[in-house]
Design a protein around this ligand. Structure first.
Ligand code: PEP
Ligand code: MG
Length: 589
């Protein structure tokens, strides 16, 4: 077994790559533990004093969070500071406060005990929600609750402010307030036992541009403060006590990656034209109106997918027509003359709307249930508000509209009939909109794909949602870890279906975009282009790698690749072929 120069054994731990980069340094161990809460009965004549003590702790906590917020705003920027909006909202949650007081009145126990009981209930409820983003919010409640308890008990709060030398932060968990306390000039990398790609530690690590690996389970139990540790934020690997050979190997990798990233960014300034002179359109997927800055930074040609459901999820309520109109208009104006494809609401499935059980009742199979266009057609008032907002915004830029989860021609006709009603309403009210607004269909349900020849006659463009198309075609839940190995984008069934959809569209002379994750993956992008996709749309930071590859290949070679792949019979063989195609063209050194 290899050892480091002090004779300690090298230990390799696989986690989740959360922020790119490689770092090596000594560990700064940070263990966050829950506050011990003493329980006792309060004398009945002290009741009002006890409630006042609770209210005072809430007030002090609010002031502390506001102070952290302004520090983060100063050090990291307003986007990161907004993480703490969620914390302030927890403190403003009347249910949490009044339930604590009710618990106190009923039990007569000290407010720490009552508040702890109520907040634990909230944390549990959030942590069981079937949505990664909302699940992560249980961390916000936990963070705020710990602060309130510390203030009630008169403890000073823990922080990472003792980090005064350059170190790799190794923690069991990092709350947003912990993260805010990190001196960005001293953190070489961040590693956490828990967490996922959307955790706050990750958001902060990315904004500090330091490597991060999360989900390393019990690494904090194996690390001693001062141990030497190597963090590979590309592959999600952490190596404790790395040997000289490992350090040498990573030194080489780091040089290659740096050189490669530089080349990617340089290439990104040039047009996306293949070696045989074909221009490829690379567009952005966005989820919020303020992501237009990212679209411009990565030089995307407009937006190929605006996932509007995040307007609803972030607001925590159904936004009004006016609020949506302003958001869509802002995006269209910021990116004009480039076009913006606005997808109508795709709530449900893995994106339920918390606190709206009357609209989204619990379902046994949410991915096969009340989702996207099904929900919209069943709730015409909500759907029409969105359609009118999109139509009105279309007067201010190059907007296109598309429907998610269309299963066939009749459903598309029903959606279009609602759109026609909205147009009539706006006309009657003399409100401007683009009468030639292009309307597309997402192809992400196998029944739509198989009837693509029919659908192509009724719409202006297709956008293939490979994330869902693969899930439904292969019957593999896209968010279930246990069957993730069965989720195979190169399954021959997927290839045949993509080819049929693309050919059907081209026969009707309409364009096809691919906006699922496959489009932003350098392994699959050539295959999609070879199959005939006209546009690829992806999260903006993935554009440089795909553009680099586009500029290093001939479209005719990609077409030959697709033809060869279509003749193969196994997903693994096709994957190997695609992998080889990309690797031969993009050398990392
Ligand atoms: C898809 O299904 O590929 C897609 C782009 O939509 P979403 O990931 O939002 O379901
Ligand atoms: Mg989808």
């Amino acid at each position: 077994m290899p050892t480091d120069k002090r004779g300690k054994s090298e230990i390799l731990v696989q986690g989740i790559a959360a922020s790119h980069g490689i770092a090596y340094g000594q560990a700064f161990l940070y263990i966050q533990s829950d506050v011990e809460v003493p329980a006792y009965q309060v004398e009945p004549d002290k009741n009002s004093e006890e409630i006042a003590r609770f209210e005072q702790a809430i007030l002090v906590t609010r002031q502390q969070i506001q102070k952290i917020m302004s520090e983060v705003d100063k050090n990291l920027g307003s986007e990161e500071a907004r993480i703490f909006d969620a914390h302030l909202l927890v403190l403003e949650d009347q249910a949490l406060i009044s339930e604590t007081i009710r618990e106190f009145e009923a039990s007569g126990k000290n407010v720490e005990t009552c508040f702890n009981k109520v907040s634990q209930r909230y944390i549990k409820a959030f942590s069981e929600i079937d949505d990664e983003y909302l699940r992560e919010r249980s961390g916000d409640i936990r963070d705020v609750a710990q602060r309130v308890l510390q203030n009630l008990l008169g403890h000073s709060s823990q922080s990472l402010s003792q980090l005064v030398e350059k170190r790799v932060v190794v923690a069991n968990d990092i709350s947003p307030s912990d993260a805010a306390g990190i001196d960005s000039s001293q953190a070489l990398a961040i590693v956490t036992d828990s967490g996922s790609k959307t955790s706050h530690a990750v958001i902060v690590a990315r904004s500090m541009k330091v490597p991060a690996v999360v989900g390393v389970r019990d690494l904090t139990r194996q690390v001693q403060p001062g141990d030497w540790i190597l963090v590979d934020g590309y592959e999600g690997v952490v190596i404790l006590n790395p040997s000289q050979q490992t350090l040498f190997r990573y030194g080489q990798i780091q040089l290659q990656k740096k050189g490669f990233e530089q080349r990617l960014m340089e290439a990104n300034r040039r047009p996306a034209v293949t070696l045989d002179g074909v221009t490829v359109t690379l567009r952005a997927n966005i989820e919020k109106a303020d992501e237009t800055a990212l679209v411009k930074e990565y030089l995307a040609e407009g937006v190929g997918l605006f996932r509007t459901e995040f307007l609803y999820l972030n607001a925590g309520e159904i936004p009004s027509e006016q609020a949506q109109y302003l958001a869509y208009k802002e995006v269209a104006e910021a990116l004009a003359p480039a076009s913006v494809v606005i997808r109508t609401l795709d709530l449900g499935g893995d994106k339920p709307m918390a606190g709206h059980a009357h609209l989204f009742p619990r379902e046994d199979n949410p991915f096969l249930g009340y989702r996207a266009i099904r929900f919209c057609l069943d709730n015409p008032a909500i759907f029409k508000d969105q359609l009118r907002a999109i139509l009105r915004a279309s007067a201010h830029g190059e907007i296109q509209l598309m429907y998610p989860m269309i299963s066939g021609r009749e459903e598309l006709a029903r959606a279009n009939a609602v759109l026609a009603e909205c147009k009539e309403e706006l006309k009657a009210r003399k409100i401007a909109f683009n009468p030639k607004l292009q309307v597309g269909t997402m192809i992400e349900i196998p029944s739509a794909a198989v009837t693509a020849d029919l659908l192509a006659k009724d719409c202006d463009f297709f956008s293939i949602g490979t994330n869902d198309l693969i899930q439904y075609l292969l019957a593999v839940d896209r968010v279930n870890d246990r069957i993730a190995h069965l989720y195979e984008p190169t399954h021959p069934a997927v290839l045949r279906m993509l080819k049929f959809v693309i050919d059907s569209a081209h026969r009707q002379k309409i364009k096809v975009s691919v906006c699922g994750e496959m489009a932003g993956d350098a392994i699959y992008a050539p295959l999609l282009l070879g199959l005939g996709a006209d546009e690829l749309s992806m999260t903006p930071p993935l554009i440089p790698a795909v553009k680099y590859l586009v500029r290093s290949m001939k479209l005719s070679d990609a077409q030959a690749l697709a033809e060869k792949a279509l003749a193969l019979t196994s997903a693994k063989e096709i994957l190997a072929l695609c992998d080889e195609f990309s690797r031969m063209r993009v050398k990392l050194t």
